[in-house]
Write a protein that binds this ligand. Sequence first.
Ligand SMILES: [Zn+2]
Length: 372
Amino acid sequence: MKKNTVVILCLLVFSLLSCTSSKTEIVTPAAQVLFSDNKAASDIIAITNNNGSNTDCPNTECIYSIGTPTRITPLRLNLPTPGEEIISGWRPPQYPVPLALGQFDHFYFARPIAADVVNWPVANYRYGGTELSPGITHTGVDIPAIAGTPVLASGPGTVVWAGWGLFSNTPDNIKDPYGIAVAIRHDFGYNGRPLFTVYAHMRSTNVAIGELINTGDQIGEVGDTGYTTGPHLHFEVRIDKDSYYNTRNPELWLAPPQGWGVLAGRVQNSDRDFSHNMTVSIRSIENNHEWNVITYGSSAVNPDEYFNENMVISDLPSGKYLIKISPNLTETKQTIISIYPGQITFFVFRPPEGFIKNNFSEYPTPAPIKAP
Ligand SMILES: [Zn+2]
């Protein structure tokens, strides 16, 4: 079986937004992604081909390396070890949308990439991530895909932007960091509030402003336009206004694979403020696969009004997981939680207590939103 390594990475805007990279391996024709959770470093320092030399290689053949000048951290493929396949290379079909098993769930959107290829967010640069550059917070998720992959509408609605200039709100601005982008205002809202989805860095779009769109309609092709170093789809969910400052975490809005669930957490410091850029370790009890999720950075992103979270990881098979957080250099707290099919499991962590929920399937008490 032929395997092509595709590493995707996108860098956006002057201290405003950015997208990035992961190590992925795509196996055609039924693509599979194999994640590694190595932390990305702070800057782009090299673009090479698979031989590590050419700096002008075709995107799909390139390895994009990021790191510091003193410690190069190439984003290379990590082959899975036995037992990881269920996590890394295959997923059940997505639950039909809308899915809302809990009162405050809102899995309203279908995936913008079809299920015959990788259609889930990269693991090491999630919503709220600042791994690419300190002070730049990621306002969406990145889905790796080769150039030309169809981009699909996540829900029915009306096209309110199509083409260059979405971020700068300047039609035909070919310097816009989002590149060729589409924004859709959906036919449904959330508690009466309008919802939008955004699809960025496309090679082309085949829709126009005002066009009515149904779920699954093709609206363009994956590309690398705008501030990006390789083809992938940058996907955002926005509420109330079609604005960069009105995003929410798409991993709370995209329906999970059937039988799988989502973990959301609120990691606080001792003052009960959000603890930014904290590492949360999540390890499957069943197969020892481990993820590190970094809590949201301090700017640009917004928590869900109900969960008031600052970390989310979706696409977790139902089962038990060991969660570990180190609030300081000398202390690590841990607990075991369960992930349930089609549901969000929520936890709260703060020092000195550590994990303060005993029943993690219990939803939090609604609280006023607090800026991250
Ligand atoms: Zn992105």
